[in-house]
Design a protein around this ligand. Structure first.
Ligand code: HEC
Length: 103
Protein backbone atom coordinates (compact mmCIF):
# COMPACT_ATOMS: atom_id res chain seq x y z
CA UNK A 1 0.00 0.00 0.00
CA UNK A 2 2.90 2.33 0.80
CA UNK A 3 4.29 1.75 -2.68
CA UNK A 4 0.97 2.37 -4.39
CA UNK A 5 0.41 5.51 -2.35
CA UNK A 6 3.89 6.77 -3.21
CA UNK A 7 3.33 6.04 -6.90
CA UNK A 8 -0.03 7.80 -6.93
CA UNK A 9 1.16 10.89 -5.04
CA UNK A 10 -2.07 11.13 -3.01
CA UNK A 11 -3.21 9.68 0.30
CA UNK A 12 -5.26 6.49 0.07
CA UNK A 13 -8.92 6.74 1.12
CA UNK A 14 -10.78 3.69 2.41
CA UNK A 15 -14.22 5.15 1.56
CA UNK A 16 -13.16 5.72 -2.03
CA UNK A 17 -11.78 2.17 -2.16
CA UNK A 18 -15.09 0.73 -0.96
CA UNK A 19 -17.04 2.71 -3.57
CA UNK A 20 -14.64 1.61 -6.27
CA UNK A 21 -14.95 -2.02 -5.19
CA UNK A 22 -18.76 -2.03 -5.16
CA UNK A 23 -19.31 -0.05 -8.37
CA UNK A 24 -19.43 -1.28 -11.91
CA UNK A 25 -17.15 0.50 -14.32
CA UNK A 26 -18.92 0.15 -17.64
CA UNK A 27 -18.69 -3.63 -17.81
CA UNK A 28 -20.74 -6.51 -16.47
CA UNK A 29 -18.84 -7.12 -13.23
CA UNK A 30 -17.77 -5.16 -10.19
CA UNK A 31 -15.04 -6.40 -7.86
CA UNK A 32 -17.88 -7.45 -5.55
CA UNK A 33 -19.33 -9.72 -8.26
CA UNK A 34 -16.69 -12.29 -7.32
CA UNK A 35 -15.36 -11.08 -3.95
CA UNK A 36 -18.81 -10.06 -2.53
CA UNK A 37 -19.61 -6.66 -0.99
CA UNK A 38 -18.09 -7.94 2.30
CA UNK A 39 -14.72 -9.37 1.26
CA UNK A 40 -14.11 -10.73 4.75
CA UNK A 41 -16.44 -13.47 3.49
CA UNK A 42 -15.53 -16.08 0.91
CA UNK A 43 -16.59 -15.14 -2.61
CA UNK A 44 -17.61 -17.05 -5.67
CA UNK A 45 -16.34 -16.59 -9.20
CA UNK A 46 -19.13 -14.91 -11.20
CA UNK A 47 -18.46 -17.09 -14.23
CA UNK A 48 -17.12 -20.43 -12.97
CA UNK A 49 -18.80 -20.55 -9.52
CA UNK A 50 -15.48 -21.52 -7.93
CA UNK A 51 -15.12 -20.46 -4.29
CA UNK A 52 -12.68 -17.60 -3.68
CA UNK A 53 -11.16 -17.24 -0.23
CA UNK A 54 -11.71 -13.91 1.59
CA UNK A 55 -9.76 -10.98 0.20
CA UNK A 56 -9.46 -8.92 3.38
CA UNK A 57 -6.12 -9.75 5.04
CA UNK A 58 -7.57 -9.94 8.58
CA UNK A 59 -9.61 -12.94 7.38
CA UNK A 60 -6.96 -14.57 5.25
CA UNK A 61 -3.31 -14.22 6.26
CA UNK A 62 -2.06 -15.25 2.83
CA UNK A 63 -3.53 -12.15 1.21
CA UNK A 64 -1.11 -9.50 0.01
CA UNK A 65 1.89 -11.50 1.25
CA UNK A 66 3.19 -12.21 -2.26
CA UNK A 67 3.59 -9.03 -4.32
CA UNK A 68 3.87 -10.88 -7.64
CA UNK A 69 0.62 -12.72 -6.99
CA UNK A 70 -1.14 -9.53 -5.90
CA UNK A 71 0.00 -7.69 -9.04
CA UNK A 72 -0.97 -10.57 -11.31
CA UNK A 73 -4.51 -10.64 -9.96
CA UNK A 74 -4.91 -6.88 -9.85
CA UNK A 75 -3.95 -6.83 -13.54
CA UNK A 76 -6.32 -9.62 -14.51
CA UNK A 77 -9.29 -8.55 -12.34
CA UNK A 78 -9.03 -4.84 -13.15
CA UNK A 79 -9.00 -5.73 -16.81
CA UNK A 80 -12.17 -7.78 -16.39
CA UNK A 81 -13.94 -5.03 -14.45
CA UNK A 82 -12.60 -1.82 -16.03
CA UNK A 83 -11.12 -2.93 -19.31
CA UNK A 84 -7.76 -1.53 -18.18
CA UNK A 85 -5.28 -1.84 -15.35
CA UNK A 86 -6.11 -0.16 -12.04
CA UNK A 87 -4.08 2.93 -11.25
CA UNK A 88 -1.79 2.96 -8.21
CA UNK A 89 -4.30 5.30 -6.51
CA UNK A 90 -7.17 2.85 -7.11
CA UNK A 91 -5.13 -0.06 -5.73
CA UNK A 92 -4.07 1.98 -2.68
CA UNK A 93 -7.72 2.94 -2.02
CA UNK A 94 -8.94 -0.67 -2.28
CA UNK A 95 -6.19 -1.87 0.08
CA UNK A 96 -6.93 0.98 2.50
CA UNK A 97 -10.52 -0.25 2.66
CA UNK A 98 -9.68 -3.98 2.89
CA UNK A 99 -7.43 -3.45 5.92
CA UNK A 100 -10.29 -1.75 7.79
CA UNK A 101 -12.36 -4.97 7.63
CA UNK A 102 -11.98 -6.93 10.86
CA UNK A 103 -13.55 -10.15 12.13
C1 HEC B 1 -14.51 -12.64 -12.31
C2 HEC B 1 -14.21 -12.78 -10.89
C3 HEC B 1 -13.39 -11.69 -10.21
C4 HEC B 1 -13.61 -10.34 -10.24
C5 HEC B 1 -14.72 -9.59 -10.95
C6 HEC B 1 -12.58 -9.76 -9.42
N1 HEC B 1 -11.76 -10.73 -8.91
FE1 HEC B 1 -10.13 -10.45 -7.73
N2 HEC B 1 -9.72 -12.44 -7.77
C7 HEC B 1 -10.46 -13.39 -8.43
C8 HEC B 1 -9.79 -14.67 -8.37
C9 HEC B 1 -10.29 -15.97 -9.00
C10 HEC B 1 -8.60 -14.46 -7.64
C11 HEC B 1 -7.49 -15.47 -7.36
C12 HEC B 1 -7.87 -16.60 -6.50
C13 HEC B 1 -7.52 -16.33 -5.09
O1 HEC B 1 -6.49 -15.69 -4.83
O2 HEC B 1 -8.30 -16.72 -4.23
C14 HEC B 1 -8.59 -13.05 -7.27
C15 HEC B 1 -7.59 -12.45 -6.53
C16 HEC B 1 -7.49 -11.10 -6.30
C17 HEC B 1 -6.36 -10.45 -5.66
C18 HEC B 1 -5.11 -11.14 -5.14
C19 HEC B 1 -4.87 -10.88 -3.65
C20 HEC B 1 -3.68 -11.59 -3.10
O3 HEC B 1 -2.62 -10.98 -2.99
O4 HEC B 1 -3.85 -12.77 -2.77
C21 HEC B 1 -6.64 -9.12 -5.63
C22 HEC B 1 -5.77 -7.99 -5.11
C23 HEC B 1 -7.93 -8.93 -6.25
N3 HEC B 1 -8.44 -10.14 -6.64
C24 HEC B 1 -8.56 -7.71 -6.38
C25 HEC B 1 -9.70 -7.49 -7.15
C26 HEC B 1 -10.23 -6.17 -7.46
C27 HEC B 1 -9.64 -4.85 -6.96
C28 HEC B 1 -11.30 -6.34 -8.28
C29 HEC B 1 -12.14 -5.29 -8.96
C30 HEC B 1 -11.40 -4.33 -9.81
C31 HEC B 1 -11.45 -7.80 -8.45
N4 HEC B 1 -10.46 -8.45 -7.76
C32 HEC B 1 -12.45 -8.40 -9.21
C33 HEC B 1 -11.66 -13.18 -9.08
C34 HEC B 1 -12.21 -11.93 -9.37
Amino acid sequence: MTQYTAASGTAAAAARGQQFFLARHGKEWSCASCHTASPGQPGRHAATGKVIQPLAPAFNVERFSDAAKTEKWFRRNCNDVLGRECSPAEKADVLAWLVTLKP
